[in-house]
Every structure is written in C-alpha cells, then in structure tokens.
Design a protein. Structure first.
Length: 263
C-alpha cells in the first residue's frame, strides 16, 4: 500500500489519463466501509440523511429511468445507484484524506492550493441491475474552473460482467468533446467517432483497489449481469477556490501549504 507515486507512474498517468493505484484498503478497512455504506442504504446509519443526495437505481438499466437525484432517504434498500455528499460521514471523510490522495492533489493543483471535494459519492450497480452509463467526460459547466481528478475505489470486485468502468486511454488529451452539454455527455455521433479513434479498455479491479482518473478521460459503464454488486466510492477533488454559479459550497479536504516567503 504505497503512499507515494514515482516519477514514472506520474508520467504514465499524464500520458494515459489513468493510473492503477493498487491495493489502498486493508481487509478490515474494506469490510468497515462495505458495512458502513450498506447501513447507510438500509437507514441504519447515525448520519443526517438530509445532507445526502440519494438516487435509486434504474429498474430497466436505462440511464434516463434512474431515480430522482435529491437530498434525503428514499427507503431501506440495497438498490441505490448513487449516494453523494459522503464527506459528511466521518469514515469516508477519513479515507478521503489519506496522504497518497493529498500527494496526488498537490501534484495536480500545487501544494499551496487548498482542495475541496466536488463529489464524494458511492456508485452502485446492484446484482442483476445497474444503470448503463453512456460515454462522457466528467465536467460541469456551472463551475468557473474544471475539477481535474477523480479517485475511484472498488468496494467489490469490479469486472466486465458486473459493469466495471470502460475507458479510452489518452482521450483526456482530446480536449472537451461536447462542452455544450452541462455534464460532459457525448452525442451518439461523438461517441461513435470516439470509439473509432481510440480503443477502449476495461478497468477491472479487486475489492480494495483504486484507480486515479483524469476527469476528461472518456469513460462509460454497463449494467450488472452477475450475482455480485459492484459497489464503489468515487471522489472528485477540486481546487477549493472554484466558484459555482449555483452558489453551492464545498467541503474542504486538504488545506494548502502556507507560503513561507509571504508569511
């Protein structure tokens, strides 16, 4: 469980737009987070559900038919698709603040820049369910600067069969392909052109492993055809100075180092 990245690893990330970080959770830590997210879904957690954005999974796998994304508990079920704002949970917050993740943020944003969580969310594809997520880049037009990185941690084995993430390596260097879309989703024509231009690969992970993703990297995921849920924790780290036109405020994760020359 490395806490530092080598120069060669970082070069690989900058070239490909993704980097496998290896095993980041011990068996005990993994079990703790698995149990915690299940308790949250089942309404057993001691947490203010009014702070959590919760979305139920699509009943038919179609993205357009996924549940409403809104604050508050939607009932005791393991069939949630997304639970956001998990920085309000102390266990997930502690995980988000690991030294390795701080180092990655410093490499991207600079060591004097404070870092906030734009999204700290549980992503789920329940057994024999799951929502098909079409090709897209992670970007949001209502922010005055783009968050650039996401760390995606598998809480279950992520396989092709249960809907692991598929990416096109190097596609982060193509720029924003559909900036008119508020969430970076591609049109069908753009997606077809992109998959001709680059070969997709699947990010299969063992439970407890993580991968670093550039937010402009094209990615998608399929439904889950297995008996095993595909639970994951995805954190998008951003420059804390980012302003949202919606007026939304974000939780500070890492303070920037003080400029000693200016102190």
């Amino acid at each position: 469980m490395s806490t530092m990245l080598s120069h060669e690893q970082w070069q690989r990330y900058e070239r490909d737009g993704y980097l496998f970080l290896g095993q980041v959770l011990s068996d005990d830590e993994l079990e703790t987070l698995q149990r915690r997210i299940d308790d949250i879904m089942l309404g057993k957690a001691d947490i203010d559900y009014a702070h959590l954005m919760m979305q139920l999974d699509s009943p038919d796998g179609q993205y357009k038919n996924a549940g409403v994304q809104s604050k508050g508990f939607k009932g005791a079920t393991l069939a949630y698709r997304k639970i956001q704002d998990l920085e309000h949970d102390p266990l997930f917050m502690e995980y988000m603040q690991r030294p390795l993740f701080r180092e990655i943020c410093q490499r991207v944003y600079g060591d004097q820049v404070p870092v906030s969580a734009f999204r700290a969310m549980f992503m789920n594809k329940p057994a024999h369910q799951g929502t098909l997520l079409p090709w897209h880049q992670d970007r949001w037009s209502y922010l005055d600067r783009d968050p650039m990185i996401t760390i995606w941690t598998a809480l279950d084995p992520a396989t092709i069969a249960n809907g692991c993430v598929e990416i096109i390596p190097g596609s982060h260097t193509w720029g924003l392909l559909n900036p008119e879309n508020t969430s970076g989703h591609l049109t069908e024509e753009q997606a077809e052109e992109a998959t001709v231009s680059g070969k997709g690969i699947y990010l299969e992970l063992k439970a407890g492993e993580a991968v670093l993703l550039h937010n402009w990297l094209l990615h998608r995921s399929d439904t889950n055809a297995t008996d095993i849920a595909r639970r994951a924790f995805s954190v998008c780290y951003m420059d804390a100075r980012t302003q949202a036109s919606t007026g939304e405020r974000y939780t500070l994760i890492f303070e920037g180092k003080k400029d000693l020359q200016g102190a």
